[in-house]
Design a protein around this ligand. Structure first.
Ligand code: ADP
Length: 408
């Protein structure tokens, strides 16, 4: 305000003296009207200046050589300079420790071409400390289109930048920890797979061949060793699959597949499982359905969805597998595996494809499972160019849909 007050004082005095110049006007009315206009202009100018002085953004006005002609109160506060210390100085003298950096070249280039530059600047305060500012530097033109001045509007974003840097650092640390964790899981899984397979193999052999020499208690111990090692092997295999997917190390051998051929084994296997549980299995695969996919991965996807459907459906329920050309996009085959089972709560539907997510219910507790199957299924389908989603009503059943590209 200090710079403006004398100016306004002088301007007001000058307006008061206007009657002295009455000889310039033809009559008193003209003179009065001119005075009124001047007073109005004065008020407007005062209001604009007060507004510039009140806002919290720094304002700097420079001439075509970059010499500073005006700075507002926020500039004084943010940069620690008094107006009289910077007026007349070149704006480059207030730039950061490295005024030759690429950003200043970019600014010079942009404004020389009459365009507005927007970006972040690392400037130096009077006390030498550094300040991050979000700046807009624009050329100002007169009403008849001639270049007049440059106006710079700057907002202090030092705290925001510090926060951003901290978040980026934390994110990097988290990424590294996550990578280490995945590496650990991958190594641990490899190391576990062989001994577990041996335990499972021998316990199965003992149960089959030497069963007759075992007491009931020994048989039950062996049975537990066998089923727990089977469960652990599934978990280890799932973890290995997931870590391969996450590291991009899973190999896919896509080829043109006739569905009825490739899915035959899976269908036979689950017809038997469904029968044992008293569940009706409906299969409807349209003959024209063939996809471009990895046959082994497709079988794994189908096994997982069918086994879940049967696992979460009680006796006398039904499970259906369908495949048809997708009406929405005929370049894809749409698969669906539906059941009349317990269903999935709405609030779990969006998480169900994430690792280790399981819905807590009695069937889940009975059947066990790893909570990894659906994330692997999703990873496989996405890698083969398709997508997967689920619709479900609690207590009525679920329907898993997935798409795969049709064979060419
Ligand atoms: P899990 O090995 O536990 O079956 P999945 O990743 O295959 O792991 O499934 C995750 C969870 O999604 C399951 O534990 C279950 O709670 C739920 N789920 C999957 N399929 C069905 C289904 N057909 N009906 C009801 N719940 C299901």
């Amino acid at each position: 305000m200090s710079l403006c007050t004398p100016f306004f004082g002088r301007l007001k005095q000058w307006i008061k003296k206007i009657p002295r110049f009455f000889f310039m006007y033809n009559n008193v009315e003209e003179l009065k009207s001119a005075k009124k206009k001047l007073e109005k202009s004065y008020e407007q100018l005062r209001d604009f200046t007060l507004a510039l002085e009140s806002i919290s953004s720094s304002i700097v006005i420079t001439n075509s050589f970059g010499n500073i002609e005006y700075v507002n109160a926020a500039f004084e506060k943010n940069m620690g300079y008094k107006k009289e210390e910077v007026i007349g100085k070149n704006s480059t003298q207030l730039q950061s420790a490295n005024p030759k950096s690429a950003v200043y070249k970019e600014i010079a280039e942009t404004i020389r071409n009459g365009k507005t530059w927007e970006g972040e600047l690392h400037n130096q305060r009077k006390d030498g400390s550094l300040i991050w500012e979000k700046a807009t530097i624009s050329p100002v033109y007169t009403f008849d289109g001639k270049f007049h001045k440059f106006i710079t509007v700057k907002v202090d974003i030092t705290e925001e930048i510090q926060l951003r840097t901290n978040v980026e650092k934390s994110l990097q640390i988290l990424k590294n920890v996550n990578k280490k964790k995945d590496e650990f899981i991958s190594i641990a899984s490899h190391e576990l797979k062989t001994p577990l397979s041996i335990i499972k193999g021998y316990s199965s052999l003992l149960l089959e061949r030497k069963g007759e020499n075992l007491t009931e208690e020994q048989r039950s111990f062996l049975q537990q060793i066998f089923s727990n090692s089977s469960h652990l092997i599934t978990l280890v295999k799932d973890m290995l699959d997931l870590s391969k997917l996450e590291f991009g190390q899973m190999s896919f051998h896509a080829t043109n597949i006739q569905l009825t051929e490739v899915l035959q084994d899976v269908i036979t296997q689950f017809t038997f499982v469904a029968q044992e549980k008293g569940i009706r299995l409906n299969i409807d695969i349209k003959p024209e359905c063939s996809v471009f996919a990895d046959p082994q991965k497709l079988s794994q996807v189908m096994s997982n969805l069918m086994s879940n459907a049967i696992k979460f459906t009680s006796q006398s329920g039904s499970v259906s597998l369908k495949a048809q050309i997708w009406k929405k996009n005929n370049k894809y085959i749409l698969f669906s595996v539906s059941d009349t089972g317990i269903g999935i709560p709405q609030n779990k539907l969006s998480e169900i494809f994430e690792k280790f997510v399981q819905v807590d219910n009695h069937l889940q507790r009975e059947a066990g499972g790893t909570g990894l199957g659906l994330s692997i299924v999703k990873g496989f389908i996405r890698a083969m160019g398709g997508d997967i989603w689920v619709e479900s009503t609690l207590g009525e059943g679920s329907e898993f849909f997935f798409t795969l590209p049709r064979s060419s």
